[in-house]
Design a protein around this ligand. Structure first.
Ligand SMILES: Nc1ncnc2c1ncn2[C@@H]1O[C@H](COP(=O)(O)OP(=O)(O)OP(=O)(O)O)[C@@H](O)[C@H]1O
Length: 345
């Protein structure tokens, strides 16, 4: 990454509340607060990952950024332009810059189209290259993602899972995007294939200056690919920072708990072990104050009442922020985890 960081994507106060209909008249009786007022910036050329347990709002964030679902509130700026203010036709221009790769590329590829048709269609929709030049580009793209150009006329079912993910990547690349949202893009693949696809994504990033927003529940994958990491819990960001800060000195008890579940790469280093207990509460009626307080072994009365802000506490590096009232007290050992009391919550 260059020293001069350029903001590519800026998410400001994003909310996605899904209405729940009920009763005889099908009125809105409540909302699923899937994403609840989150803000972050992604700089050009970097990989920012969003991690958190299932249901914390990772995919909804990705979809809201792309306006695959209209956000309930907040702004999404891409290169300074508020995407929500664009008309459908203006937004089409930006669709080219913002691409998404899904977990299951098979589900997003028409099984009756050859790979060549899939890539041609993507380019045609975005007006990329005159028709007669596209075939050559398709062959090039397949070679770029490590497939054989001679396979262009084959159908999706003729490829393995890893190869299909490469086709998904080729399709995203075919329109020359600036930002690719990778939504659990390697989660369905075997570990060795995962590594190959991650390496490919890194090579492509270097070659084309791509920026990735990488959505994953897999901390091993996130440690491999990220420059910076966003940790989400129940629709909120609880911690954000560069990869080293998040993995080597996590500050939020939730991040510590998530990391406790994965092995420490260096056995000489100790990491505080925070046990994650109980189930994630419902995003329909999330806990008051700090949303994590019902599962947090450090929770105090203040945590049940006051919503903590995402801030850089004493001793944290610039750009590393945690939304916890008691970072200093936990770090100094003044506040001990109380698993016994936790059980009585
Ligand atoms: N269209 C929808 N209507 C109602 N609720 C939704 C909708 N889409 C998502 N949700 C809910 O919003 C919450 C966040 O879902 P989301 O898929 O963003 O989570 P996630 O962190 O990506 O988890 P996963 O990895 O399991 O997909 C969940 O409680 C989910 O059930």
């Amino acid at each position: 990454m260059s020293l001069e960081k350029r903001e590519l994507l800026k998410v400001d106060g994003l909310k996605q509340h899904f209405p729940i209909k009920g009763g005889f008249f099908g009125r809105t009786v409540n909302h699923v607060k899937a994403v609840d007022d989150i803000s972050f910036t992604v700089y050009e050329g970097e990989t920012v990952s969003i991690v958190g347990e299932s249901g914390c709002g990772k995919s909804t964030t990705g979809r809201a950024i792309l306006r695959l679902e209209e956000p309930s509130d907040g702004k999404v700026y891409f290169e300074g332009t508020d995407l929500a203010s664009l008309s459908k036709s203006e937004m089409r221009k930006y669709r080219k810059d913002l691409q998404i790769i899904f977990q299951d590329p098979y589900a997003s590829i028409n099984p009756r189209q050859s790979i060549s048709d899939v890539l041609n269609e993507a380019m045609e929709i975005q007006n990329v290259l005159p028709r007669k030049e596209r075939r050559k580009r398709i062959i090039e793209l397949l070679e770029t993602v490590g497939l054989n150009g001679s396979q262009a006329d084959r159908y999706p079912h003729e490829f393995s899972g890893g190869q299909r993910q490469r086709i998904g990547i080729a399709r995203a690349l075919s329109v020359n995007p600036k930002l690719i949202i990778c939504d659990e893009a390697v989660s369905a693949l075997d570990v060795s294939i995962q590594a190959q696809v991650l390496n490919l994504l890194e090579e492509l990033q270097d070659e084309y200056g791509l920026t990735y927003l990488f959505i994953s529940h897999d901390l091993g994958v996130v440690r491999h690919i990220s420059d910076r990491v966003i940790v989400m819990y129940l629709g909120k960001i609880v911690e954000i920072g560069d990869k080293v800060s998040i993995f080597d000195s996590p500050k939020h008890p939730y991040t510590k708990a998530l990391l406790s579940a994965i092995p420490v790469p260096d056995p000489d280093r100790e990491r505080e072990h925070v046990v994650l207990r109980g189930d994630v509460p419902s995003p329909i009626d999330p806990p008051s104050g700090c949303r994590f307080h019902t599962r947090c072994p450090f929770a105090q009365e203040k945590c049940r009442v006051d919503v903590p802000e995402l801030v850089t506490h004493d001793g944290m590096k610039q750009g590393h922020e945690a939304a916890c009232h008691f970072v200093e007290e936990i770090e100094s050992g003044q506040l001990k985890p109380n698993y016994m009391e936790k059980a009585a919550f």
